[in-house]
Design a protein around this ligand. Structure first.
Ligand code: SAM
Length: 268
């Protein structure tokens, strides 16, 4: 199908379409779809990933916001209508449970619009019980922040909130030339697998987010100083944290402990 019949790429929908065949192949290999699996693609666009995925899976649901792209995609992939369902919808509001046919878990993939990455990851993780794994193209900087370990300067709120709920691995970097139009920044592929038990134990996510956001609100200060109104010195001690530590040196498990201490104190 000639590309001329597509509308111009829309910036507000974060449209940077993949056209590098080697990169597309590497992404499909990273996903390694197998017969019997149920895949969900977010933002199929012109079908750069959708088409090769269809050759490997039995069920593929795609969620695309752009009303103008949906009929073109549907026409292009009409031969696959028994396997493929196109949903014209906002991935940020989508109920992923509605896609399940029985008890199967979903494999979610996508070259994501960068402007919705963080809220989308949290929306998906809120439905993490039905997600087997996720493989996404994101801004390289965001992938590095998500995967960063304590002590790394990229380590922060995003690393902790995601690593509490997922195993996160950076797979490979993708240069801007792989897209049309090329984005201004480098991209990278991330693999995320929701954990059966959250790292550090169960804790109210809103409370964890509050503690972590506060801890990183002044990166240069010690953790005891930034959290002094929320966490007691006893809780720091129980979590094995030296009050002079900086927020980026505290592990995910320790942030969970601080939050548990904070919640306990609120109840008493
Ligand atoms: N998968 C295609 C590719 O790799 O060439 C397109 C990727 S492009 C970076 C992002 C796609 O997500 C676009 O097709 C865009 O219209 C779509 N999109 C943007 N916001 C969306 C949303 N909230 N829900 C679903 N799709 C969205």
């Amino acid at each position: 199908m000639a590309t001329q019949q597509y509308p111009r790429a829309r910036k507000r929908f974060g449209q940077n379409f993949l056209h590098d065949e080697a990169i597309i192949e590497a992404i499909i290999e990273a996903i390694s779809p197998e017969p019997g699996q149920h895949l969900v693609e977010i933002g199929p666009g012109r079908g750069a990933l959708t088409q090769p995925l269809l050759a490997h899976c039995d069920r593929l649901d795609v969620i695309e916001l752009d009303r103008d792209l949906v009929p073109l995609l549907s026409q292009k992939l009409s031969a696959h209508e028994q396997v493929l369902e196109i949903h014209q919808a906002d991935a940020l509001r989508f109920d992923y449970h509605s896609l399940q046919r029985s008890n199967e878990k979903l494999r979610v993939i996508g070259n994501l619009p960068y402007n919705i990455t963080t809220p989308l990851l949290f929306h998906l993780l809120a439905q993490g019980d039905i997600i087997d794994d996720m493989c996404f193209m994101l801004q390289r900087e965001v992938v590095e922040r998500i995967c960063a370990a304590p002590g790394n300067k990229q380590y922060g709120r995003l690393s902790i909130m995601i690593q509490h709920q997922c195993a996160a691995t950076q797979l490979f970097v993708v240069p801007p030339e792989a897209f049309d139009p090329p984005p201004k920044v480098e991209s990278a592929i991330i693999y995320l697998q929701p954990l059966s038990q959250n790292r550090g134990g169960e804790v109210e996510l809103a409370a964890l987010n509050r503690i972590v956001t506060q801890a990183f609100s002044q990166r240069r200060k010690t953790i005891a100083n930034t959290l002094k109104k929320l966490v007691t010195s006893e809780t720091f001690e129980q979590a094995g944290i030296d009050p002079s530590q900086r927020p980026e040196t505290v592990s995910v498990e320790q942030y969970v402990q601080l939050t548990q201490g904070f919640l306990q104190q609120q109840r008493t």
